[in-house]
Design a protein around this ligand. Sequence first.
Ligand SMILES: Nc1nc2c(ncn2[C@@H]2O[C@H](COP(=O)(O)OP(=O)(O)O)[C@@H](O)[C@H]2O)c(=O)[nH]1
Ligand SMILES: [Mg+2]
Length: 329
Amino acid sequence: MPANLPPQYFETEKKLKTAKTPQEKILILEELLSIVPKHKGTEKLQALLKTKISKLKSSAQKKASTARRSPIHLVEKSGAGQVVLVGPPNSGKSSLVKILTNANPEIGDYPFTTRQAYPAMMKYENIQIQLVDTPPITLDYMETWLPELIKGADGVLLILDLAESALFDSLMAVMMQLEEKRIKLVIVNKNIPEENRLFYKKALIVANKKDLVSKEKIDHLLKELSREKLETITISSLDQEALGELRKKIFFMLDIIRIYSKAPGKKATFDDPFTLKKGSTVSDFARTVHQDFAQKMKYARIWSEKKYQGQMVNRDHVLEDEDIIELHI
Ligand SMILES: Nc1nc2c(ncn2[C@@H]2O[C@H](COP(=O)(O)OP(=O)(O)O)[C@@H](O)[C@H]2O)c(=O)[nH]1
Ligand SMILES: [Mg+2]
């Protein structure tokens, strides 16, 4: 067992023994993962916890399709990352998922049209990102499974309707509901604080329906929204340019890089990149390609748009988005 695990870890771990359902186990494992201090010494433990969680989730999903009651709403991850859209009723969550993914969630100009999590894939350049549409959050109601979905996601889009007269009450309701479940939304490009009591989630405020509001009103609302200390993007689901900007921000939110693999003497292919966490090294990439490669590789060659034309680099070299790598085993 790695050193420096806080006592809270062991207390939470005990709960695993008494957990009865896969869902309970997933919750406990996710809590454990949030408690583990994030450094090199705990990498193995973190990976182990993540594997257990994903195994439980996929078997829970399989069971859900045959179960007769109590549907399981945890959404199996797919693509380069999972981003959950949350917000008050009618703010445009389902419309956005539909437009960004060409999927078909229910849309209506009355609240509570969406009762379940609805995942769909958004194409961003040459990768796919999973967006998940969710039911509205109000002061009185939040689906019981929604906090767990958010805790497991890679990012959150908080969709607000600029034309709603009670915009700030609705925003406050969402924040309060999340806070009650110990979820704290934080700005995208900030390091997540080392604090175990809360579940920090990178989030972006998407101020929607700008087509319904005057420029002056928008400026005023954005000033007020800046108090949330989250990045805000103003869009309308009718405005293609703004939607393009939103896609880009969703990609940056995930903190990932795309790496193209190239075989010696062959051309790289650009249609199906490997995706890795920002800060990953050549060695991390090798491990992603094949479990054995990280150990077996001798060196790599690297190409990129601006910096490299086939230079040799060693395993510790830190990669950047869209680098092309040729592994030599
Ligand atoms: N004018 C305008 N209407 C929008 C926009 N986005 C969504 N809507 C409308 O707002 C209503 C609620 O949208 P919906 O996507 O169902 O909201 P949800 O409850 O958050 O999922 C629908 O009538 C949509 O057509 C927008 O950018 N501008
Ligand atoms: Mg909806």
